[in-house]
Design a protein around this ligand. Structure first.
Ligand code: FES
Ligand SMILES: [Fe+2]
Length: 377
């Protein structure tokens, strides 16, 4: 680590170490410096579980999709016996990428010279390699990475030694149980190319302080900034509660499942499962912001809209799904204005750590967690 990076880490620690009432945000370089981004890739995104998709996107053996995690090209594949695997998407011949987007088929064939792999990554065939001395198929399997399905979400752990999710997310699993998320279906998906650092969106998602300014008509009337509340957790996630004004019932589009607790109908909650899995849990649906981070100042955002099949048993459900998609899009367009502005401001010579409101506790918790991870060799 260079002395400059070491100095940045010390400045970051100094900003986040005090209690919330005395704390500041991380220094702007944490959002803009390539060396911090490289450290995040190595110590955060390669070490921890990262959510990459929904198990229902690959329902049948041979179904798969491509995604990058920490710059590592992956193929998320449903195997013959129904198991979900995270395989390297880099051909063992001369590194061509295996596949793009969503595909299906009993084998995985490289588009360059047609080396062909089984769904478990083993090399089955390599044309015209018979004169390559000592060439052995067994030594050319695609590497595989840690992979788990939790609540219907597929997670990948590149490092392979993160604790099992069931263990680290047990308290969250208990809270989420009434939603039956593993049975939820995708009722909409919206994609954006976002030209800003991933933490700009995490910060935005995890505070409702901006509701009266950025969402005066969409959120503030029912979910006022002033009564939002970040929960103190000592867990690998942050939680922000957004009660409905005057303890009123939230309007729902679909039918909430029986068993959704009363307090969840009088508002909603958002979560950041560290490092960056952003979830909004509403009485009748779940919204997941999946980030595919491509660089210090860019990521692909896919917004997944999820609902339980029995919630969708309502008249004119297709119109309601469209309504949900359009509403979610409109709200995110409001947030994009703020995120774009922040990314530009972060690059100013005048930008410095900013003081936090008491409503921004979830940002503070995330940044403390991040600093601890970045400091861990
Ligand atoms: S690079 Fe894949 S077969 Fe040549
Ligand atoms: Fe917002």
């Amino acid at each position: 680590m260079t002395p400059e990076t070491q100095a940045l880490l010390e400045a970051g620690e100094a900003a986040v170490a005090p209690p919330l009432a005395k704390a500041s945000t991380l220094p702007p370089a944490f959002y803009t410096a390539p060396e911090i981004f490289a450290l995040e890739s190595e110590r955060v995104f390669r070490r921890h579980w990262v959510a990459v998709g929904r198990a229902s996107e690959i329902p049948h053996p041979g179904d798969r999709f491509r995604i990058d995690v920490a710059g590592e090209p992956l193929l998320i594949v449903r195997g013959k016996a129904g198991e979900v695997r995270a395989l390297s998407a880099v051909c063992r011949h001369r590194w061509m990428l295996l596949g793009s987007g969503a595909e299906s088929g009993g084998t995985i064939s490289c588009p360059y010279h047609k080396w062909t792999y089984a769904l478990d990554g083993s090399l089955m065939a390599a044309p015209l390699m018979d004169k390559a001395e000592g060439f052995e198929h067994e030594n050319c399997s695609l590497p595989s990475f840690g992979c788990e399905v939790w609540n219907g979400f597929i997670f990948v752990n590149l490092g392979g030694d993160a604790a099992p999710l069931a263990q680290s997310l047990a308290p969250l699993a208990e809270e989420f149980a009434p939603w039956k998320m593993d049975e939820m279906e995708i009722v909409g998906r919206i994609e954006f190319d976002q030209p800003y650092n991933w933490k700009v969106l995490v910060d935005n998602f995890m505070e409702a302080y901006h509701h009266f300014a950025i969402h005066p008509e969409t959120f503030e009337p029912n979910y006022p900034a002033a009564i939002s509340r970040a929960e103190e957790t000592n867990a690998p996630y942050a939680a922000l509660r957004m009660p409905h004004r005057d303890n009123g019932l939230s309007d729902t589009l679909f039918k909430p499942l029986d068993g959704i607790p009363d307090h969840a109908r009088r508002g909603f909650s958002v979560f950041n499962v560290y490092p960056s899995m952003l979830l909004a849990v509403l009485a009748d649906s779940v919204v997941w912001y999946r980030m595919e981070i491509g660089g210090v100042d860019r990521f692909k955002l896919t917004v997944y809209l999820l609902a339980h099949p029995s919630s969708l048993d309502v008249p004119d459900v297709e119109t309601l799904k469209t309504f949900l998609r359009e509403g979610t899009f409109a709200v995110h367009m409001e947030d994009i204005v703020a995120c774009d502005g922040v990314q530009k401001g972060l690059q100013s010579a005048t930008a410095a750590p900013g003081r936090l409101s008491h409503l921004e506790g979830a940002i503070h918790q995330h940044q403390k967690w991040l600093m601890a991870e970045l400091a861990r060799p």
